[in-house]
Write a protein that binds this ligand. Structure first.
Ligand code: BES
Ligand code: MN
Ligand code: ZN
Length: 505
């Protein structure tokens, strides 16, 4: 897929363009009136009253609505109308959804040369161009790796973005690298647990390191033992597969302004352990329990290629499986984490926080300016927020705000959740420093509070619970059904912005 912006006025741009499929964004008012800022240009060029024709066919211009009109023997042979809702509600998210819908319709019509004419109102031109193009590419992503006979849908070869202001093409810069990171994350998450093993994650990190010149350290079980990572190794001990503790480092050319650590939960399969997951607990989907690690590795892949200045980035994954065997931890075991704290494992299914405890302590030992962890940590977060928003907990309001902004620019929504310290009482253990599982109510909050115990006091830290957003059964906006690659866009935007700890100034 090759993207370009055509910065002329729409009438001229259409005159010079000779593709086969044109997608047009159409606003729809509450009273059912259709509108586009280019009505005259379009009508002249098409030789018909387009909005009238759409209205006659019951098109309302609602956000998400999409209608293909085939024109036999004419150029372009396919018109795709996409609804944009009311003009005053247009934002980058609505543009992304409309662009994705148009792309799917165009691909279904076997478009080869597609043009998108979506009005961007007073949105920033470059941001709009980036969002439109990213949505096309990411929504047409297909994964046929595990079929013996692939039936891929061929995406359009060229995509022209029409009607954008001059300079909008700056938004296409780095598009390939950004999308490749999301796609890598999707591939890792979608791969089954017999393929995406801890070793596979380490090999993926090695691939990124050698392709783009990053530093990689992989700690083996014995190395982790030497560092006292009893919480992480406790989870790993029930599996026949060796744990891999991955530490990938990106160092920018020139001066370092910010040092950040990104930690991802990398449980490549979560059976629950002896607190075995039961029917209805989605045990067959627990390949996606490494979604946090996929997000940080995907971000590493993007950043490694984009090579931003000023930010040194550490990507950390304590990868392992949560399995059952004669050697697995028992419910009730007491583990000692690398920071010396003892943990009563009252539930072996709360394993993510055990792996993250040692990973966060390791990350803090690097003395970064900020630590962010991403994890498919709790079913409680899915119940609270559903699949459209990840939960965000932070000890630093500036960092939380900056992450929300980075996320929303990429079409990933984060919802700020409370780090309510009184709930820590729920993690009191009668025998150890703390237990790993609190009461069911507020389960995603006690999980976050547990993690906070392993983060250096005062160090800006944010925790993203992506349990609901890592996977979409039906697909949504720019994410087709399956693994979403959630988190990569947020992290990449944040790092590219210089890893701010406050609002953009
Ligand atoms: N990986 C799960 C969380 C999860 C559940 C992710 C559903 C995606 C969908 C995590 O390890 C887990 O099992 N959490 C338990 C914690 C409980 C035992 C306190 C949960 O949420 O039920
Ligand atoms: Mn679990
Ligand atoms: Zn888990």
């Amino acid at each position: 897929m090759e993207f370009r912006c055509i910065p002329q006025a729409l009438g001229e741009a259409l005159h010079d363009w000779s593709g086969d499929t044109l997608a047009i964004g159409v606003f729809g008012g509450t009273d059912g009136t259709l509108s586009t800022p280019w009505q005259e240009d379009l009508d002249t060029w098409l030789g018909t009253d387009l909005l009238q024709a759409l209205g006659d066919r019951g098109f309302k211009g609602k956000a998400g609505e999409c209608r293909s009109l085939e024109r036999l023997g004419q150029q372009p042979r396919t018109l795709v109308a996409v609804g944009l809702g009311e003009p005053e509600n247009l934002d980058l998210g609505a543009l992304r959804s409309a662009s994705a819908a148009a792309a799917s319709a165009a691909a279904a019509a076997r478009a080869e040369h597609l043009a998108l004419a979506l009005p961007t109102a007073n949105l920033n031109g470059a941001a709009a161009a980036g969002a439109l193009a990213e949505a096309v590419r990411l929504s047409l992503y297909q994964d046929q790796r595990f079929r013996s006979e692939a039936e891929p849908l061929t995406p359009p070869r060229t995509i022209a973005l029409l009607g954008l202001p001059a300079g909008a093409d700056a938004g296409l810069e780095g598009l390939g690298a950004r999308c490749a990171g999301v796609e890598l994350a999707r591939q890792l998450v979608a791969a089954p647990p017999n393929i995406a093993t801890p070793e596979h994650l380490a090999e993926t990190a090695a691939g990124i390191a050698s392709t783009f010149g990053l530093e990689l350290k992989v700690l083996e079980r014995s190395d982790c033992e030497a560092l006292g990572m009893g919480a992480y190794l406790g989870v790993a001990q029930g599996s026949d597969l060796p744990p891999k503790f991955i530490h990938l480092t990106y160092r920018p050319a020139g001066a370092v302004q910010r040092r950040v650590a990104l930690v991802g939960k990398g449980v490549t399969f979560d059976s629950g352990g002896y607190n075995l997951k039961t029917a209805g607990s989605q045990i067959e989907m627990m390949k996606y329990d490494m979604g946090g690690s996929a997000a940080v590795l995907g971000a590493a892949r993007s950043i490694a290629e984009l090579k931003p200045s000023g930010v040194e980035m550490h990507v950390i994954v304590a990868a392992c499986e949560n399995m059952i065997s004669g050697g697995a931890i028992h419910p009730g075991d007491i583990l000692t984490a690398a920071n010396g704290k003892t943990i009563e494992v009252n539930n072996t299914d709360a394993e993510g926080r055990l792996t993250l405890a040692d990973a966060l302590h390791y990350a803090c030992g690097l003395e970064p300016d900020a630590v962010i962890d991403l994890a498919t940590l709790t079913g409680a977060c899915v119940i609270a927020l559903g699949e459209e928003m990840a939960g965000l907990w932070s000890n630093n309001d500036g960092l939380a705000g900056a992450l929300r902004a980075a996320g929303s620019a990429g079409g990933e929504d984060l919802w700020i959740m409370p780090l309510r310290s009184s709930y820590k009482a729920g993690l009191k253990s009668p025998v150890a420093d703390l237990k790993n599982t609190g009461p069911r109510p507020g389960g995603s909050i006690t999980a976050a509070l547990f993690l906070q115990d392993f983060v250096t006091k005062g160090l800006p830290w944010a925790h993203l619970d992506i349990a609901g957003t890592v996977w979409s059964d039906k697909g949504r906006g720019q994410d087709p059904a399956g693994a979403t690659g959630f988190g990569v866009r947020t992290l990449v935007n944040w790092v590219l912005a210089g890893a701010p700890l406050g609002p953009a100034s």
